[in-house]
Design a binder for this molecule. Sequence first.
Ligand code: B1M
Length: 220
Amino acid sequence: MPNDDLEILKAGLISADRDAAVGAAQRLVDSGMDPKAILEDGMAVAMFDLGEMWKRGEVFLPEVVASAAIFKMCNEIVEPVLLAQRGPDDDAGVLVLLATVKGDLHDLGKNMVGAMLRTSGFEVTDLGKDVSADAIIEKINELQPAIIGLSALLTTTVPYQETVIKKLEAAGLRDRVKVMVGGAPVTPEWADKIGADGYANNAPEAVEIARKLTGLAQHA
Ligand code: B1M
């Protein structure tokens, strides 16, 4: 049976109806629904559908900007519940650096990946969006992360994931850090081609891949 509030949340995000979306997100959280499902099956799906409508010319940039702002408000309701699921004996201490690559301002998906990694016991330093390879290299030298995660949402910025890997090689850092890539236009074939260590299609998968890359046991 479809969950009415999940449908209201999706419709509210798509039509940029703040009260409907935020109200539904709160009710879903209060009902005890798994926050990962609210994010992946509700909020992420709505943004994908909105993107398809945008492509067809049914919505325009200002509406997408408004929906993205409402996504962030809903996220502020759901994410604390997700983070509260972190157990006391979760694998703490493995550092992941996250960034949306240079030229790209899309950060909603990267933020979801960060939240799910944190919930699963990873330490996450989020460098934000529009991040250059040089800034990433500086942070690798400073923080010595186990993994860097590169998000890209535009076909024009996906190639920058390769630029980062090449710059890591040139700086002699490639063997010191695993590289995970993701974002809607990114494919496993692309990840292989550029020599990334891992690719994830969504946030829960990113957690799985991060565990594999760092040799941590997989949770059920
Ligand atoms: Co933009 N945009 N956008 N946009 N936008 C897309 C990506 C687009 C596909 C829409 C479309 O045409 N259908 C299109 C790209 C087309 C292309 O490249 N061929 C597009 C365009 C064209 C643009 C602009 C150029 C528009 C313009 O200005 N004319 C512009 C570019 C700005 C820039 O970056 N320089 C632009 C701007 C924007 C907004 C600012 C309005 C807003 C972003 C707000 C923000 O992020 N703070 C926005 C939005 C919201 C979208 C869509 C509608 C939704 C993206 C999103 O947030 N999805 C998007 C349509 C689409 O993707 N189909 C679109 C929800 C999010 C939870 O999913 O980010 O895919 P996603 O993340 C997923 C997975 O991909 C994965 O896990 C997440 C959770 O499941 N994942 C990873 C993500 N990163 C990962 C990293 C990992 C692992 C997994 O490891 C490290």
